[in-house]
Ligand binder design. Structure first.
Ligand code: HEC
Length: 312
């Protein structure tokens, strides 16, 4: 999948544990996944799944498991046939969706947004990739609603279920069943209070830095750093890449050899710790190897932080 990795990394950089840490789970009872079929070119029917489970991974990917045996077509014999011929007895299908987590993380309670989710449906060994526009609403500190904004259409051929649909037609003596299936989903995720509180606090700290600072001015300040630091992920020079540095734990950029002082510190780079470090690098953390005297003007630091938040 080619995805908005930059955005995802940004969101996970806001706090040491990402906003969408593993603590976000799908509420099966309040979630709903359905698809439509049209037979004989005339009769529309809705089928749904009554058992879903899922969570959001550390990387910010929503993973939903669909219990295929829970399919509800409203006719018992048809449920059995769908399970046998279309789903070919596969126990579950998996839906993964990756989206711009920064957008979700920044939502205040009561706010809504739409975003594109790069999604993959895996069913009985076949994977179908599709983009879905999702509507997201922050219901409370601890819950988020994600639903399809429009219908998503899946081709039965791409999903590898054409033969199964042929079989259903034959069994039910139907002249036709459409080969494009509209899908809608309503997913509600929740987390516990504690995690939500940490997440929103950290978002506020970073947001405050952004409001105060001027990123354009900060870009100029960054010239003092750019001889040694790049913002591109994984691009190390004399100093480590500063990609996603706000919110990251110190000394963790992959592929860079840090001093023991930095690597073994338990600093998390927030607005406060970065300000203190950049004012007096040697004084703040003894034994670090950054050959830089420090920034003397508070204003430079605030602007630099705004720039790092926007571009880093
Ligand atoms: C002369 C080179 C040099 C300059 C200039 C420089 N740094 Fe560094 N920086 C380093 C090195 C080397 C390290 C790693 C130090 C260590 O391992 O002890 C480092 C480490 C850091 C870290 C910790 C990174 C991490 O992954 O924990 C931050 C943050 C940082 N620098 C920010 C800045 C900023 C912002 C500027 C400009 C205002 C700047 N540095 C200027 C060389 C430099």
């Amino acid at each position: 999948m080619k995805l908005q990795l930059k955005a995802v990394t940004f969101a996970s950089a806001i706090v040491a544990t990402p906003i969408w840490a593993a603590g976000w789970t799908l509420e099966s009872d309040r979630s709903h996944l359905a698809y439509g079929t049209i037979k004989k070119n005339a009769v529309g029917e809705v089928n749904s799944f009554t058992s879903l489970s899922g969570h959001v991974t550390q990387e910010g990917v929503a993973e939903i498991e669909i219990d295929l045996s829970s399919v509800e077509t409203n006719i018992e014999i048809r449920n059995e046939r769908v399970i046998e011929f279309v789903f070919r007895q596969a126990p579950t299908a998996r839906l993964t969706a990756e989206f711009d987590m920064a957008k979700v993380a920044g939502l205040a309670v009561g706010e809504t947004t739409t975003l594109d989710a790069a999604s993959v449906l895996s069913l009985a060994g076949t994977e179908v990739e599709f983009d879905a526009e999702m509507f997201v609403a922050r219901l409370s500190e601890t819950s988020v609603l994600v639903s399809t904004n429009d219908m998503v259409f899946l081709s039965t051929e791409d999903a590898g279920v054409n033969a199964g649909v042929d079989k259903l037609m034959e069994l039910a003596s139907l002249p036709g069943i459409t080969r494009t299936v509209p899908i809608t989903a309503r997913l509600i995720f929740h987390t516990d209070e504690e995690q939500a509180a940490t997440a929103s606090e950290a978002t506020e700290v970073v947001a405050a830095a952004a409001v105060q600072g001027d990123a354009t001015a900060g870009k100029k300040v960054f010239r003092k750093c750019s001889a040694c630091h790049k913002l591109k992920e994984g691009r190390h020079g004399v100093g480590p890449s500063l990609h996603g540095i706000l919110g990251a734990k110190a000394g963790q950029a992959e592929g860079f050899k840090y001093s023991t002082a930095l690597e073994s510190s338990d600093i998390v780079w927030t607005h406060e710790t970065l300000s203190a470090f950049l004012t007096d690098p040697k004084g703040y953390l003894q034994g670090n190897r950054m050959q830089f005297r420090g920034l003397k003007k508070d204003k430079d630091i605030v602007n630099l932080l705004a720039y790092l938040q926007e571009e880093g």
